[in-house]
Design a protein around this ligand. Structure first.
Ligand code: GLU
Length: 419
């Protein structure tokens, strides 16, 4: 298991980041009161029948943080450490994330506290269907649209789509994104988050007058986001020298053979044991001398106790909330260039938006069309954040939060407060 120190809770971090952005924007108190807190929080009980016949009670959540700019949008996470506060934090970040890339969605997140690695497909299906049924009054293509997150995938979305559609009596593919292609999924959605991370790294390298080609990279987390980011960087000529997952870390100073590592992970579920590499400790990866560090696992990976050990020149946050505010300050003083999460990993929700648009219009776009649109959205968002960073002389994270919070505040100003 990864040994990550949890410095405080993710929701406190989300609120602290909001306050900093609201202060920098000199946002009036009334607007803050409206946009800061989740609009709806639902906690559900999920009795799941295990394969041996026992019923196991699990807890699930769905939080809609904001519907100011459009239907609430965000993934569903299955993980043993899911808590209501974590889901509230992730939902809050979704609101600012959708605003940063300027797509017409609000923010939401769901989660179930469970251990998916120790559940069978049948158990996961029963869990997903019961959870869907429990949150059914909240979700819908015009209300709140779930998607994959940690340990959920296209199959999970297919079960949600089926449960929702069966209950309503007709097929409603637009209720979720990240579906299998044959059920109305979009080309390019599976790799969208990693592809978006890659585009923002390209923009950052351009800005810093560096080359992606020849850069050295360390990637923490080798799930969907970490592995795709590593693959695209590898294809672009970067040298990915260290990779970790929850089972271990592997290192090769000459560059890891990423396609081979992805193949091994697909066979064994681990990066551990990769032949052309030496095993290293998790903390060594975070402190690795390299050009680009990509934390793509969970929250709080870089905290006050290990931030000073970071020797990367750039950090691209593939994960949501991987750096605590205290660690942010340390990294900022060290001059590390940060591509903050709500910008860096927004490619996933951006292609989710494309999927939803295709569903609503019964269209099917080509892959090149999706990639081109995604690249434009990500690079425009990067430019917008960088502009604020330069003009206001604020750190990149604060600039991204100012852009996101500012756009939501403007929407509130125009909509007004009901009643
Ligand atoms: N779970 C992803 C995220 O954190 C994607 C959400 C979505 O596509 O709605 O951004």
């Amino acid at each position: 298991m990864l040994t990550m120190k949890i410095n405080g809770n993710a929701y406190d971090v989300a609120l602290e980041n909001f306050d900093a952005a609201a202060d920098a924007l000199q946002l009036d108190q009334n607007t803050r009161e409206v946009i800061k807190y989740p609009e709806r929080v639902l906690m559900v009980s999920i009795p799941v029948r295990r394969d041996d016949g026992r019923i196991h009670h699990l807890e699930g959540f769905r939080v809609q943080h904001s519907s100011v700019r459009g239907p609430a949008k965000g993934g569903i996470r299955y993980h043993p450490r899911v808590t209501l506060d974590e889901v509230k934090a992730l939902a809050t970040w979704m609101t600012w994330k959708c605003a940063v890339v300027n797509i017409p969605f609000g923010g939401a997140k769901g989660g179930v506290t469970c251990d998916p690695k120790h559940m069978s497909q049948g158990e996961l299906e029963r869990l997903t269907r019961r959870y869907t049924s429990a949150i059914l009054p909240l979700i819908g293509p015009d209300q709140d649209i779930p998607a994959p997150d940690v340990y959920t995938n296209a199959q999970t979305m297919a079960w949600i789509m089926d449960t929702y559609s069966t209950t309503k009596g007709y097929p409603i593919p637009g209720v979720v994104t990240g579906k299998p292609i044959c059920l109305g999924g979009s080309l390019g959605r599976t790799e969208a988050t990693g592809r978006g991370v890659f585009y923002t790294i390209q923009s950052a390298c351009e800005h810093l007058h560096r080359n992606v080609k020849g850069s050295t990279v360390a990637v923490q987390g080798f799930g969907n986001v970490g592995s795709i980011t590593a693959q695209l960087l590898h294809e672009a000529g970067a040298k990915v020298i260290a990779v970790s997952d929850s089972t271990g870390c592997v290192y090769n100073p000459h560059g890891l053979d990423i396609p081979a590592l992805i193949h091994l992970k697909s066979l064994t579920g681990k990066v551990d044991g990769f032949p052309e590499a030496e095993p290293i400790q998790h903390e060594e990866l975070l402190g690795m001398e390299c050009d680009i560090l990509v934390p793509a696992a969970l929250e709080n990976a870089i905290h006050s106790d290990n931030a000073a050990t970071v020797r990367a020149r750039m950090i691209a946050e593939g994960a949501n909330g991987p750096i605590t505010p205290a660690a942010d300050r340390v990294l900022e003083s060290m001059g590390v260039f940060l591509i903050p999460d709500i910008l860096c990993n927004a490619g996933g929700v951006t292609v989710s938006y494309f999927e939803w648009v295709q569903n609503e219009q019964h269209l099917f776009w080509e892959a090149q069309d999706i990639y081109g649109r995604l690249e434009r959205v990500m690079k425009t968002a990067f430019r917008d954040v960088l502009k604020l960073h330069g003009e206001r002389n604020v750190p990149m994270r604060l600039a991204a939060n100012m852009l996101g919070v500012g756009r939501v505040a403007e929407a509130v100003r125009l909509r007004g407060i009901y009643p």
